[in-house]
Design a protein around this ligand. Structure first.
Ligand SMILES: NC(=O)c1ccc[n+]([C@@H]2O[C@H](COP(=O)([O-])OP(=O)(O)OC[C@H]3O[C@@H](n4cnc5c(N)ncnc54)[C@H](OP(=O)(O)O)[C@@H]3O)[C@@H](O)[C@H]2O)c1
Length: 271
């Protein structure tokens, strides 16, 4: 019998690619997105069903998870992929952007995990794969504290849950991806700026240039990430954390090889 994977944020980037890959591998796919009416590609696959889901909306979480379970009978793997970034100085951040960053990247996975736990308990097992970032385990750029906060929190949530879900045969996995090709992440970044306060302008311009003029050759092939998700979902890998890409691995190695004070100074000097 085919296995079933439930994925959040499948309208673009990694989520969409993962949905297509698993469908091509013969899995049933519950592909969720905020605006299913706009989708034209995933609708072509007979084994993909699309459900409307904004991960911050508890009503939609309830409906989408119930509908997916009713449609496929059993969900084997859940991928918490939906995410966005708000960048800029914390002092300048709009209140709603602070809350939204946490709501999507951290509270969203909490909502999804809580919605699936009764189902996984009933099935005596299941797997959550949480899409984090190297920005969830180390810092790398200025003005990213809110994004760091949301992904560090996702890491803490996932690690902390390990102990209570292990006895229930419910597996937790983290993917630490770096920048990859073919997604809308950078274009969707919500910037916090205020023309009256210029103290952060220099850093903001440097970061915008870095993100806007990013060298494609430095970005990872997203299929590397999809294949890592496949390895976890099929049990070929049982790594708790999978760090992907040259950039992420380089930063992680740097971070673990020196005292935090030295790391912070080294990174700050780059800006
Ligand atoms: N790209 C990178 O450089 C990078 C690096 C490290 C980690 N990541 C992480 O990788 C994951 C996938 O991102 P991506 O690179 O594929 O970027 P992406 O193309 O922007 O995809 C993000 C997806 O999340 C969805 N989303 C945003 N807010 C949502 C909400 N409230 N409810 C449901 N879905 C929502 C978006 O849907 P809409 O179309 O409706 O907005 C979109 O489908 C994210 O968790 C991101 O934080 C990305």
């Amino acid at each position: 019998m085919s296995k079933t994977i439930f994925i959040t944020g499948t309208s673009s980037g990694l989520g969409k690619l993962t949905a297509k890959h698993f469908a091509q591998q013969g899995w049933n796919v519950a592909a969720t997105m905020r605006s299913p009416e706009k989708e034209t590609e995933l609708t072509q696959y007979p084994n993909i069903r699309i459900f409307k889901l904004d991960v911050t909306n508890l009503e939609q979480v309830k409906t989408a998870t119930e509908q997916a379970i009713a449609t496929f009978g059993k969900i084997d793997v859940v991928v918490n992929n939906a995410g966005m970034g708000t960048y800029g100085a914390l002092e300048l951040a709009k209140e709603e952007n602070i809350d939204w960053q946490f709501a999507v990247n951290t509270r969203g996975p909490i909502n999804i995990i809580r919605a699936f736990l009764p189902h996984f308990r009933q099935n005596n097992g299941g797997m959550f794969i949480n899409i984090s970032s190297f920005m969830g385990i180390t810092t790398a750029v200025p003005l990213g504290s809110l994004y760091n906060m949301s992904k560090f929190a996702l890491e803490g949530l996932t690690e902390g849950l390990y102990y209570e879900l292990k006895p229930l045969n419910i597996h937790l996995r983290l993917i630490e991806q770096g920048g990859s090709k073919g997604n809308n992440f950078v274009d969707s970044v919500v910037w916090n700026q205020n023309d009256d306060i210029i103290a952060y302008n220099e850093l903001t311009n440097k970061l915008k240039n870095l993100m806007g003029g990013r060298d494609e050759s430095m970005l990872d092939d997203p299929m590397i990430i999809v294949n890592a998700i496949d390895d976890l979902a099929t049990g070929k890998s049982n790594k708790f954390r999978t760090v992907l890409g040259d950039m992420g691995n380089m930063l992680m190695n740097m971070r673990s090889s020196m005292p935090i004070e030295e790391y912070l100074e080294k990174m700050a000097k780059l800006f």
